[in-house]
Design a protein around this ligand. Structure first.
Ligand code: LLP
Length: 421
């Protein structure tokens, strides 16, 4: 396993002090299980590295927006990074504060801006001139001024999967680097906007520090130019993106990552500025597993299939990004010989697989744990094939709390209706 919150005890996988087998028996499968301790330790790693510096952590809500998960972070003093009014509502419901929340995203609607402004979010990360105009108009209609930061696109290659790299010229995100200075001037000229910061986010599951340093250097060059133009930049937001170990990746650890960036900012003479981090995956990814039960073993001519009760609707990452998640038996079968299986779900799509060519000693009815399933996992799940979404559990020491009930079928079409006679 990748994370010490999930360990084998006498051959049975445990989440902290609770047997995963007993959780599956009690709450059914598919079942997401999170560890409070793993969430806490990851957040502490960021917070400790920021202590005594001007660092501020804004948890990227999109990675895992369960209220209990957000609440664990809110209790530790986290701020949040949101991309919709819906995420803002979750932050507030989980005990977070709008005043500690930054609003990112390439397509905020005027209605979302209005809501976020009324609630008093700390900063809008704006991505284009048309968006600046809409934000200025909304602020004007409310008689308010808005703190803004521009998301600039530093055009560096984060060396990750193309779908999750965001800082290249060809991506839809951010203001092109060559347009950034002019865009800042445009923002500065608008009556209801206060330019306060700069931000970038170059991608996700980044396992090297060098792309961050390249991006940071470009961003700091720009900050120097913007200040020549008469604006003052109080914070630099370096985005999220730090990778985790799914298989054999060796990302920098959180403390080293934060320190390296803060040191570079200091070395460049920008140490007085606040530095924002927007981590998602590195906080939650290895704090969760998805438990699933083997329904059938189906030997084939070319492949053997282990058909399990979790599908691509429960965990879309393999189908979407060919993402690798380790898959381990929950109860080890001593002495049994492993066979190679494709672990697949019940959804009617050939793309519905969770792991390919996995050596597993399993029988029908056995439980498997799909590891590193805390980030972008439940959050991207769906009801495809009218499958109710899984329950979510948070383990805290020897206690297990249901933090989201399993959906039931009738809820799935409760908002639908047939045509009148
Ligand atoms: N800030 C912004 C503006 C972002 O767009 C993202 C993620 C983050 C922060 C957090 O990034 P993280 O620290 O989690 O890498 N669904 C994909 C990942 C999409 C990431 C989207 N943006 C996956 O499952 O791999």
């Amino acid at each position: 396993m990748n994370d010490s919150a999930f360990q084998l005890v006498d051959g049975v996988l445990h989440a902290e002090d609770v047997s995963a087998a007993s959780l599956a028996d009690q709450f059914g499968t598919p079942l997401y299980v999170y560890s409070r301790d793993a969430l806490t330790r990851a957040y502490r790693a960021y917070a400790d590295a920021c202590a005594g510096c001007n660092g501020k952590i804004h948890v990227a809500v999109k990675a895992n927006s369960n209220l209990a998960v957000l609440n664990v972070f809110a209790r530790m003093g986290a701020g949040f990074d949101i991309v919709s009014a819906g995420e803002l509502a979750r932050v507030i419901a989980a005990g977070g504060k709008p005043q500690d929340t930054v609003f990112s995203g390439v397509g905020k609607s005027a209605a979302e801006m209005r809501e976020a402004l009324e609630l008093g979010v700390k900063c809008f990360n704006v991505e284009s001139i048309p968006e600046l105009h809409v934000l200025n108009d909304v602020a004007k209609s409310l008689g308010k001024r808005v703190p803004v930061s521009l998301r600039v696109n530093p055009d560096v290659d984060p060396k990750t999967h193309p779908y999750i790299s965001t800082g290249l010229k060809a991506n839809k995100f951010g203001v092109a680097f060559s347009d950034a200075r002019a865009t800042y001037r445009a923002a500065h000229a608008m009556d209801h906007l206060d330019v306060v910061g700069i931000d970038c986010h170059i991608g996700s599951q980044i396992t090297e520090i060098s792309p961050y340093l390249d991006a940071l250097d470009k961003v700091l060059d720009l900050v120097e130019q913007i200040e020549v133009d008469g604006m003052s930049i109080s914070h630099v937001d370096v985005g999220g993106g730090l990778g985790i170990t799914y298989d054999d990746e060796t990302p920098p650890d959180i403390g080293e990552f934060v320190k390296t960036l803060l040191d570079r900012i200091d070395a460049r003479g920008h140490g007085r500025r606040e530095v924002y981090f927007e981590p998602g995956r590195s906080l939650v990814g290895n704090a969760g597993v998805l438990l699933t039960r083997v329904e059938y073993l189906k030997p084939g001519e070319e492949k053997n299939f282990a058909i399990v009760d979790a599908g691509m609707n429960d965990l879309a990452r393999p189908a979407m990004y060919q993402a690798f998640h380790r898959i381990v038996p929950v109860v080890q079968r001593d002495g049994a010989t492993a066979q190679t299986y494709d672990v697949v779900g019940p959804v009617c799509e050939s793309g519905d697989w969770l792991g390919r060519d996995r050596a597993l000693a399993v029988e029908a009815g056995d439980l498997l744990a799909i590891c590193s399933a805390g980030a972008y996992s439940f959050a991207t799940s769906s009801n495809y094939n009218t499958r109710p979404r899984a329950a979510e559990i948070m383990v805290d020491g020897n206690r297990a709390h249901v933090v989201r009930k399993r959906e039931v079928v009738k809820e799935l079409f409760a908002g639908e209706s047939v045509l009148p006679n």
